[in-house]
Ligand binder design. Structure first.
Ligand code: BGC
Length: 743
């Protein structure tokens, strides 16, 4: 086997020359990523003596440092003081915008608008690079079918096809196919791999999965990001087949390098090399050797490489060649960025003023937020509201700045966010808006303490819950309509924020029940970083608009939609269950041998005694102020040859009174194949704009490439036979036609 992939890539003379001059210690130094603090430390360790280590040539990159001045100082330390003067990679977590914070990724994915998603990544890159960053720890493309897992907020939901498109759009936005430009930065696809399948939805937990499921349902987005050119990969915390990702040779070498042809560098997650000790893989020297031999190039924060690799080489456990290979990859990344020629290219002091938080960027944030909202329920045409209405604006998130940005926005500034109350006044200055908090996000101080690690997210009022409720009901009495902004605080989702119970907290449920009995029309504006279980709220006589955590322009964007300047057009990218017991539940489940024909209970069918089988809200679901009708769904030819193409088309009509956008979705079902097929698979989507009364024919080209899958031998193949399809505005459609795939 050997290192066959190495031959594939051409050597870069500048890098080879540098490598030729380096001592073993200097090569090991390049493999070390440190954080002097200042960012968000997600582990218990923060690096010490970073300056001295940089001078000694013991550091390849740092993160948690920003601004042109500080980055220049750091580069000067490396360039002027270390023996070979090699500049540093400057990393950061720019997950959904830099200073101009966009909606959380799960929200962004709900826009199903790839150009928009790419644009947000491009803006993020412009801002971050203006502040000295050249390497981004994003996109996070982990598929998750478990809303208990808090990091479901950071990804694009449950589907590998959609997730792959989003992954590509983000890589394009960050890197723009040209890493030498000062407005672009290296994208890191993370977390390789399967992190979203942590058992029980508990963060950092183990993962166990069949290879066919991995290849068909979980790995495609990572591969798509790599095919799009992502220059780096981050490993995950979990184990795969019993070997933690950071030391998993099958994953990092056989799959990533040999099979996928990845040529960039691989970084560990925060101290994930050291954490292999707790996983039961040996002491620090053992796990560091395991990691480098598996194909990990850079060690984040843990310093296991720095402190043990030399010894392992001396003892013959690791070869110098293995270290050279990793060091080469780090240097090649620096070369790609142009840092070896100009270490200060991201230290232009005139840029922050010019490039960060511009009006243009804020406009993009406002548009992205509005596009991410999903109208979950319409009741009595309450929405959109009149701009002259008398509105009771209530709820713990209605006049709040601390929970608008969402999880993992360490570079954002909550004080810049527009609260909903302010947004309402901006967009509808003639409306009468009266505010009352009505309830705490949670009444439990112990819970609040856990959530408030990065600042006050749940603030428990000095007034009693009864007093808060009474104030709200007084305000409601004098209003025409009620808007209640409720849901999760920012840090109720995200890293290390798993929940076993994913409903709206009880303190707020009480408020919602009271409001729904007030006799006034009620709109729930629901914030969360994950799908929630809301069967009770769905039954109440209320309208529900899901807004995730919308980012810096939250209030303006919500007002744009609530007052009808923008018609909601988002669709769910993760299934919303009735209850936690249904999890995992997702639209693409594989067919069983005893499928239930309906919700009617039947003994010896695949169902529950105490719960529906169907989810509360399916993947792809989302309403609009207008109505869309689908007709004339057909296929151009009932036979598809393996070298040909057919077209599935549908006519979509806007039959309501508002202009609007619709995400038209194509699903297929492979009726017979050598491994059990999913019941449905998304194979195409288009977001179209239709004026009231207008209609359009939407076409999807299908070729054999769209019908391939990984078989039991993990070969990417197609199998001839019959396929069913439908075109609809959600995944819960009925099949409308068939075609035959022939050899
Ligand atoms: C997270 C990564 C992140 C890293 C650095 C870790 O805890 O899992 O997603 O990039 O910290 O901040």
């Amino acid at each position: 086997m050997g290192f066959s992939w190495l031959q594939a890539q051409e050597r870069i003379p500048q890098v080879e020359e540098l490598l030729g001059k380096m001592t073993l210690e200097e090569k090991i130094g390049q493999l070390n990523l440190l954080t002097p603090g200042g960012g968000v430390a997600t582990g218990s360790v923060v690096s010490e003596d970073v300056e001295a280590k940089i001078r000694a040539g013991n550091v390849g990159g740092i993160f948690g440092v920003s601004s042109p001045e500080k980055v220049r100082q750091a580069q000067e330390l490396a360039v002027k003081n270390s023996r070979l003067g090699i500049p540093l990679l400057i990393g950061s977590d720019v997950i959904h915008g830099y200073k101009t914070t966009f909606p959380i990724p799960l929200g962004l994915s709900s826009s199903w608008d790839m150009d928009l998603i790419e644009e947000t990544a491009k803006v993020a890159a412009r801002e971050a690079t203006a502040d000295g960053i050249n390497w981004n720890f994003s996109p996070m493309v982990d598929i998750s079918r478990d809303p208990r897992w808090g990091r479901v907020a950071e990804g694009a939901g449950e589907d590998a096809y959609l997730g792959s498109q989003v992954a590509r759009a983000m890589v394009r936005g960050y890197q723009q196919d040209d890493l030498t430009r000062p407005e672009t930065m290296i994208a890191t696809v993370k977390h390789l791999a399967l992190y979203g399948a942590s058992e029980g939805g508990r963060d950092y937990n183990r993962v166990d999965m069949s290879r066919t499921k991995m290849f068909n349902e979980y790995l495609p987005p990572y591969k798509a990001a790599i095919d799009e050119g992502a220059a780096s990969v981050m490993t995950s915390f979990n184990d795969i087949d019993g070997v933690p990702a950071s030391g998993n040779k099958w994953l990092l070498t056989d799959l990533l390098r040999e099979r996928w042809g990845f040529e960039g560098f691989v970084v560990s997650d925060y101290t994930s090399v050291n954490e292999m000790i707790a996983h039961g893989m040996g002491d620090l020297q053992d796990v560091s050797a395991l990691a480098i031999k598996a194909g990990l190039d850079m060690d984040m924060v843990g310093e296991g490489f720095l402190t043990t690799l030399q010894k392992s080489v001396e003892e013959g456990r690791v070869s110098e060649e293995e270290i050279t290979i990793a060091a080469r990859r780090i240097l090649e990344a620096k070369h790609k960025l142009g840092l070896l020629d100009d270490p200060y290219k991201y230290s232009d002091e005139s840029r922050p003023e010019r490039d960060i938080l511009t009006d243009e960027h804020r406009k993009t944030a406002r548009k992205a937020a509005a596009s991410s909202f999903v109208l979950l329920k319409k009741h009595n045409n309450t929405l959109p509201l009149s701009k002259n209405a008398k509105i009771a604006l209530v709820g713990p998130l209605a006049n709040d700045k601390n929970n608008m940005l969402g999880t993992w926005a360490p570079t954002g500034d909550p004080s810049l966010s527009i609260p909903i109350l302010e947004g309402f006044r901006n967009v509808a200055p003639n409306a009468t808006v009266t505010y009352a908090k009505g309830a705490n996000i949670s009444d439990d101080p112990e819970y609040a303490k856990k959530v408030n690690v990065f600042g006050p997210r749940i603030e428990i009022s000095e007034e009693s819950p009864e007093e808060l409720l009474k104030e709200a009901m007084d305000v409601v009495e004098n209003a025409d309509v009620v808007v209640a902004v409720v849901g999760e605080a920012t840090e109720m989702s995200g890293e290390a924020a798993s929940r076993t119970e994913i409903s709206i907290p009880e303190s707020q449920k009480k408020l919602i029940r009271e409001l729904s009995q007030s006799g006034k029309p009620v709109v729930l504006v629901l914030m969360s970083g994950r799908p929630l279980t809301i069967p009770e709220e769905m039954q109440l006589p209320v309208s529900i608009l899901q807004v995730w955590h919308p980012g810096v322009e939250a209030g303006n964007a919500i007002a744009d939609v609530v007052f009808g300047d923008i018609n909601p057009s988002g669709k769910l990218t993760a299934t919303w269950p009735h209850n936690v017991g249904q999890i995992p539940i997702y639209y693409g489940m594989r067919t069983t041998g005893r499928p239930a024909a309906s919700e009617e209970f039947e003994k010896f069918k695949s169902n529950y005694l105490d719960s529906p089988i169907a989810p509360l809200l399916p993947f792809g679901y989302g309403l609009s102020y207008t109505n869309f009708e689908y007709s004339d769904v057909k296929v151009s030819d009932n036979t598809l040859n393996s070298n040909g193409e057919i077209i599935v088309s549908a006519t979509v009509a806007n039959t309501g009174e508002y202009d609007g956008e619709e995400v038209v979705q194509l699903y297929i079902h492979d009726k017979v194949r050598s491994i059990t097929p999913p019941m449905k698979e998304l194979k195409g989507f288009q977001k179209i704009n239709l004026k009231a009364g207008e209609s359009q024919t939407v076409e999807f080209n299908i070729s054999v490439e769209d019908l391939k899958f990984y078989n039991g031998n993990l070969e990417y193949v197609f199998e001839p036979g019959e396929f069913e399809f439908f075109v609809a505005g959600s995944s819960d459609g009925e099949f409308q036609g068939t075609f035959n795939l022939e050899e």
